[in-house]
Write a protein that binds this ligand. Structure first.
Ligand code: PLP
Length: 437
């Protein structure tokens, strides 16, 4: 029996891993990651498909190795991410750098070297272009241009990256100036890119296909690839609906074919999802350390030995993550994927972490108010497993807030064996860079 309909992790494996590594820890499901990679590589397309993993979702060395083995490339959002991807074995030819940063000093020299070795630089601002232009004029390297198309969508307003509230990419209003710079330099843009947000409405993603093709036709006569970014909506909770990537692929295929009939140009399509590949393949496995209430008119609180410092998404976005209560023998006491089959009566609980912060809860609405959820009331020492924790949890963790240590990461391999892929941070590591007066 698996914990949910899509993964391969069983409650018994959660208990085994907890006994071996101690809670809290992140657990990743290799088989599901591979399945997601293959689904993406099988997306319908007209004239070729490039798939890059947006490693900001989870930059774990082991996960990058798994994903690279499946044949995907990587989208890095900083020079250090590019370095980490390369260390994981991603050749520069399969790497794209899309960054808000303006690499300078050592980073600038390293960028030039990476570009010479085949990395694609996705230029995200006019300043980035101006600074790199002299190098581009003397070196035949691969560049892309990120457009802010003026329309985006996301799981929350802060996850929309494609409208006037967002600073990402070159806005359409600046496009003429940028094209002017490019035409004087004879540098050609072969890859046009937009990432309009994460987890937004698939309809908006679909509209973006049309918008990007129109922009490519109007402004980028040399483009050979159109990159639609990532952002596929994922269903972490049983009542959520994921984007249908087969359907989006079919739509894109049809539109790219029409584009060819109209213009004679056969464009490759590129996508760079993060969430879709790893979100549901990750679990944050915690133990219940306390249970308390805020009085007859208040709430029942279940206190875990991990919280916002490891999964900040409920506080940041009001995101919901599925909660599983499992006892030490591996019996699932409640699961939101099996609401009627709970071994214990359900009760409305607010699930909190240990940080001195009212926002340290896994059950919040998008205004930051606690939103109790129906789970089995656990006993101290039972495990509470937070699902959907493979993307933007470990990678966006708050580090050492309240001086809690970063948890280890464990991979459940496709052969059923566990591999420790990141050790638990030690106290000494936490304070290593501090200098006494
Ligand atoms: C440029 C870029 N590409 C891809 C992604 C991946 O988005 P998602 O994880 O929603 O698929 C992001 C996420 O912020 C991004 O900024």
């Amino acid at each position: 029996m698996t914990l949910n309909p899509f993964g391969t992790v069983s409650p018994a494996q959660i208990v085994q891993a907890a006994e071996r590594f101690g809670t809290p820890f992140f657990l990743y499901d290799e088989a599901l990651i591979k399945k997601r990679c293959q689904a993406l590589l099988g997306m319908p397309n007209a004239f070729g498909l490039e798939v890059r993993f947006a490693m900001k979702a989870n930059p774990s060395l082991a996960l990058l190795q798994v994903i690279a083995e499946q044949g995907l490339g990587v989208d890095a959002s900083s020079m250090n991410e590019a370095r980490r991807a390369h260390i994981a074995g991603i050749p520069y030819g399969r790497l794209m750098l899309t960054t808000q940063d303006v690499p300078s000093g050592e980073d600038r020299a390293a960028l030039e070297q990476m570009l010479r070795e085949g990395m694609t630089y996705n230029i995200c601002s006019q300043r980035q272009l101006e600074l790199v232009l002299p190098f581009l004029m003397q070196n035949a390297v691969k560049i892309a241009i990120r457009i802010n198309p003026g329309v985006g969508a996301g799981e929350s307003v802060t996850r929309n990256t494609g409208d006037k509230y967002s600073s990402f990419g070159i806005h359409l209003a600046q496009l003429d100036e940028v094209k002017n710079l490019l035409s004087k330099s004879m540098v050609r843009i072969e890859h046009v890119h937009a990432h309009i947000g994460s987890g937004g409405d698939p309809e908006v993603w679909r509209d973006n296909i049309d918008r990007m093709l129109l922009l490519t036709e109007q402004h980028f006569p040399d483009a050979k690839a159109v990159n639609l970014g990532g952002g596929f909506k994922e269903a972490r909770m049983p009542d959520e609906t994921a984007a249908d990537i087969e359907d989006l692929g079919k739509y894109a295929k049809q539109r790219f074919e029409e584009f060819r009939s109209r213009t004679g140009r056969a464009l490759t399509v590129a996508v760079e999802p993060g969430t879709y590949i790893v979100a549901n393949a990750g679990y944050l496995v915690t133990s219940v350390v306390d249970i308390k209430s805020s009085g007859p008119d208040g709430f029942q609180f279940v206190v875990l030995n991990a919280g916002m410092e490891s999964n900040t998404r409920p506080l940041l976005y009001g995101s919901r993550h599925p909660l599983y209560v499992i006892d030490r023998q591996g019996e699932v006491l409640s699961s939101e994927f099996a609401a009627n089959g709970s071994a214990r009566p359900l009760s409305l609980c607010v699930v909190v972490g240990r940080c001195c912060e009212s926002g340290d809860s896994q059950t919040l609405d998008d205004q930051g108010h606690v939103l109790p959820r129906a789970i089995a009331v656990p006993e101290i020492g039972d495990m509470l497993v937070i699902g959907g924790a493979g993307a933007y949890c470990s990678s966006m963790s708050l580090g050492n807030y309240n001086s809690y240590l970063q948890p280890p990461e464990v991979l459940l391999k496709s052969d059923g064996q566990f591999a420790l892929v990141r050790r638990r941070q030690t106290f000494d590591q936490m304070v290593a860079n501090e200098l006494a007066l």
